[in-house]
Design a protein around this ligand. Structure first.
Ligand SMILES: Cc1ncc(C[n+]2csc(CCOP(=O)(O)OP(=O)(O)O)c2C)c(N)n1
Ligand SMILES: [Mg+2]
Length: 329
């Protein structure tokens, strides 16, 4: 077990770097648009944006293979886009329309895709952790070598059910990667105020689960750590913990007044650690792309996001008789 230092020397192709740039940018622009639609009253209920944390899901999806599974909390839009779900279906779910992934009946926090092995979207803090171990149990039982990425926050990491799950996951050697997205805050509570031991990657020690801390703002470091964890799980060696040191730029949800931190703190992370700027820098410095190439990617992403927003506005609300469908899966 060792803390991982960020690897700034890229050992990746130009195409790969461009792919990460595009995928992270899609999440950021999608979330910005969701924030706008929320402000216009087109999205109701809770809406938790993922802006700032993009490198975590993009790096881990780069380490995943077909048939691997993922499950996460309510801060889930980035996970869905990163695993290839359709931005139109995600945005339409946010606006509560029939074209959404849950036919407009689930909203931001409750979306699923069997096709993409995305198992939600869970509003109860920590509830997805035992469910993630259950998905891994199913794979082990069926004799596949698939792994499950089980994402949860720094706040969730202090929940009792997490440790019951750690115990069973190690006991049964389940192929589950516990990804702790440590974005430094649980609503308005800083990690330092809530955690007796702030190095969350060590939390599996009592169960013999290996873990490491990763620079979650560096997509290449995330991918490398993800590959290591995946190899561990696929080899039948049981669970693995990855603590992603990341940061959320926006409030906890759209209704967060953000009085628990300074603007300067957020600005400093944006200026010194931003995941998208990091890859942009690698692309330009390495002469893998020109400013014009990147502008073309920006335009392409903007169009995808605008089309998703148009679809989400134009798709009708679910008819009343939809109330009686999907009650049991
Ligand atoms: C069991 C439970 N307790 C409390 C809440 C209210 N709540 C919603 S999100 C949240 C903070 C969780 O923070 P963290 O796990 O760090 O995830 P993040 O929001 O930072 O992604 C809390 C306390 C809840 N939804 N469920
Ligand atoms: Mg948090």
């Amino acid at each position: 077990m060792a803390a991982r230092k960020s690897t700034r020397k890229p050992n990746v192709s130009a195409e790969e770097l461009k792919r990460y740039y595009r995928e992270m940018l899609l999440i950021r622009r999608f979330e910005e648009k969701a924030g706008q639609l929320y402000g216009m009253g087109l999205i109701g209920g809770f809406c938790h944006l993922y802006i700032g944390q993009e490198a975590v899901v993009v790096g881990l999806e780069a380490a995943a293979e077909e048939g691997d599974k993922r499950i996460t909390s309510y801060r889930d839009h980035g996970h869905m886009l990163a695993c290839g779900m359709d931005p139109k279906g995600v945005m339409a779910e946010l606006t509560g329309r029939i074209g959404g992934y849950s036919k407009g009946k689930g909203g931001s926090m409750h979306m699923f895709s069997k096709e993409k092995d995305f198992y939600g979207g869970h509003g109860i803090v920590g509830a997805q952790v035992p469910l993630g171990a259950g998905l891994a149990f199913a794979d082990k039982y069926r004799g596949t070598d698939r792994v499950t990425f089980t994402y949860f926050g720094d706040g969730a990491a202090n929940q009792g059910q997490v440790y019951e799950t750690f115990n069973m996951a190690e006991l049964w050697q389940l192929p589950v990667i516990f990804v702790i997205e440590n974005n430094q805050y649980a609503m308005g509570t800083a990690v330092k105020r809530a955690s007796a031991t702030p190095e969350l990657w060590t939390r599996g020690a009592a169960f013999n689960i290996p873990g490491e801390a990763v620079d979650g703002m560096d997509v290449l470091a995330v991918k490398a750590a993800g590959e290591k964890a995946v190899a561990h799980c696929r080899a039948g060696k049981g669970p693995y913990i990855l603590e992603m040191k990341t940061y959320r730029y926006r409030g906890h949800s759209m209704s967060d007044p953000a009085k628990y931190r300074t603007r300067e703190e957020v600005q400093k992370v944006r200026e010194t650690r931003d995941a998208i700027e990091h890859v942009r820098h690698l692309l330009l410095e390495g002469k893998h792309a020109t400013e014009d190439d990147l502008k073309a990617i920006d335009r392409e992403i903007k169009q995808i996001v605008n089309e998703a927003a148009d679809f989400a506005r134009e798709s009708p609300e679910p008819p009343l008789d939809e109330l009686w469908t999907d009650v049991y899966a």
